[in-house]
Write a protein that binds this ligand. Structure first.
Ligand SMILES: NC(=O)c1ccc[n+]([C@@H]2O[C@H](COP(=O)([O-])OP(=O)(O)OC[C@H]3O[C@@H](n4cnc5c(N)ncnc54)[C@H](OP(=O)(O)O)[C@@H]3O)[C@@H](O)[C@H]2O)c1
Length: 245
């Protein structure tokens, strides 16, 4: 029986939720976080209240402190941290506001950075951190410039984290999903027609003949979190069914 404890930021919907479901089914203790009370409560119900959930806005450092304290009180130390909370708003370079720039960087990069920093004292030796990036880092899509920058920034610190954390037995790897059908499209500001066209394009051009779904990410995340990948450091697994080929 697996008794490893894994924290998933942004585990209430989409990729984070599917990974929580998968880890739970494989015997892990799972903690999920989110910003919306409603989404957290729905997720906990769907997981039969078998995981622990906390409201914690990842862009707010006090919220991260609160989360670490609560996790420490309940579990002591953890074995895995999946930095997954993220937002995407579709906006051209010319119409990107300072507010959108700050919001995106604060959730996707600053929040991720400080979540890693603040969890270090309660990470076991050995333990694993996985950062959720995106294919946008190496393939350009219009209307994604700030989002792309936030994910590129996150990827750029992974190797530094690996050097600094190696002596503590903490390793850091990257999961880079391709376009995956989830709530993120509905929240992106794209209209229904644009979303339909996006998903159709990545379904029609995919070697697997369908759009990726959050469940596709789960076994790969489990591999990166588990000791099966103990010797991997700063590895990036692109999970896109080669749609960016
Ligand atoms: N779907 C894709 O095509 C795709 C492709 C590449 C990479 N990704 C990345 O994969 C990750 C998950 O995305 P997804 O597709 O699963 O989207 P999603 O269904 O919208 O899930 C996003 C999760 O992040 C949480 N979250 C957002 N802002 C937060 C905040 N300030 N504090 C705490 N939690 C917050 C959401 O919780 P609330 O609902 O409570 O806000 C939700 O649990 C993101 O980092 C995204 O950039 C997605």
């Amino acid at each position: 029986m697996n008794t490893k404890t894994v924290v998933i930021t942004g585990g209430t919907t989409g990729i984070g939720f599917a990974c929580a479901q998968h880890l739970l089914a494989n015997g892990y203790e799972v903690v999920i976080t989110g910003k919306s009370e409603k989404n957290l409560s729905t997720a906990l119900k769907r997981l039969d209240n078998k995981v622990t959930g906390f409201i914690s806005d990842t862009s707010n450092l006090s919220d991260i402190d609160y989360l670490v304290k609560k996790v420490k009180n309940k579990f002591g130390k953890i074995d895995g941290l999946f930095i997954n909370a993220g937002i995407f708003k579709s906006e051209s370079l010319e119409s990107t506001s300072e507010e959108l720039f700050d919001e995106t960087m604060n959730v996707n990069f600053k929040g991720a950075f400080f979540t890693v920093q603040k969890f270090i004292p309660i990470m076991n030796n050995p333990s694993s951190i996985v950062l959720t990036s995106s294919v946008v880092v190496f393939k350009a899509f219009s209307n994604t410039s700030v989002y792309t920058a936030s994910k590129a920034a996150l990827e750029s610190v992974a190797k530094v984290f690996n050097i600094e954390l190696a002596s503590k037995g903490i390793r850091v790897n990257i999961l880079a999903p391709g376009v995956t059908e989830s709530d993120i499209q509905q929240k992106s500001g794209m209209n229904d027609e644009e979303i339909k066209n996006l998903l159709k394009h990545f379904s029609d051009t995919s070697p697997i003949g369908r759009i990726l779904n959050p469940q596709d990410m789960a076994p790969i995340l489990e591999f990166l979190i588990s000791d099966k990948s103990l010797v991997l450091r700063n590895e990036k697994i692109i999970v896109d069914a080669e749609t960016t080929m």
